[in-house]
Design a protein around this ligand. Sequence first.
Ligand SMILES: [Zn+2]
Ligand SMILES: [Zn+2]
Length: 356
Amino acid sequence: MTIAAECYFLDVGQGSSNVILLGERRALVIDCGRSASIPLQLLKRHVDQIVALIVSHNDIDHHGGVTDILVAYPKAIDQLYFLQDRPIEHLHLYAVVKKEHEAGNLVNPPLRLERQNKPRIIYQDESASLSLELYFPTFLDNLDAQKAAESNATSAVLILFCGSRRVVFPGDTSIDDWRRIRTRLGKAIAADIVAVPHHGGRLSQTRSTNKSQTEYQRRIADEQHWLYTEALRCSHAVVSVGTSNNYGHPRAETALALRQAQTVFLCTQITQRCHDELEQLRPGVIRPAFPSRSRPTQDRTPSGRSRNVACAGTIIAEIGPDKVTIQRLEQHQDAVDRLCRSPAGHPLCREMSFES
Ligand SMILES: [Zn+2]
Ligand SMILES: [Zn+2]
């Protein structure tokens, strides 16, 4: 099998960072997590030139590590893409990028992360049938999200194409974004792997009211079901999530929608929802691949909750024009199946109902 690229869905805990290795010590980087320590461990080992560094949106769990990557790769980042999703005085990257560009470390001025009439080609290698394309947002989508003060609503959607294979990186896109994308395309996107938007959390601004918890859950379930049947059909889904995240990521409604769509889904870290005694599982559901935020030894939050316990840890996929292969997939799925047979284990990715 020809491999055109290797895609790392990095275990950065709660956040997102994806690195696509292109060979010849070059890479594409999509988001950098809350801090750059994990992406930098990978980059320092395999990469001299970053062809494109793309920040899907300016939430800290996606852009936090960008500054350190800019500093670690002076004159070695061909193109930086980001967007304005909040008032300029709150746009952290503005000052950082301006400084690095003026100092000559970032050679080319940054580009706005926007498409026009057609998806925008960010990277293309015709000899390898490989391209990375931006499907969302347009400038108007960006302005709409700013008006609504909703940064996730302007998050980029990128698709890596390799022959007939596709990997989708949708940042933290909202359900309204997906309605726009679906209308523009006139059909669902079919993908081999999707990095699940917003870490498997809710995709709309709908908030829970104590008036009707069931109605709230039902609405989120309907949204997720629509997304994974009508807009985005994927055979594998990756949830980038931290063990101790306080957001309830991934939501049971997301897990159910993915299960109903017969999608195999993998989380980078296991959460409190899935096992009663997380310390029993260290170093992880499977031993994490390098590099990973997950720890082999006890690691707790100040309030005493376990954190950084690997589920799949960093997930590595080999991308070829005919085939996408997720390394250690069978091993991980077998390990999750075994959890179901232990009294303490009740993995969310195996449940078929969300109502408790
Ligand atoms: Zn976000
Ligand atoms: Zn996020």
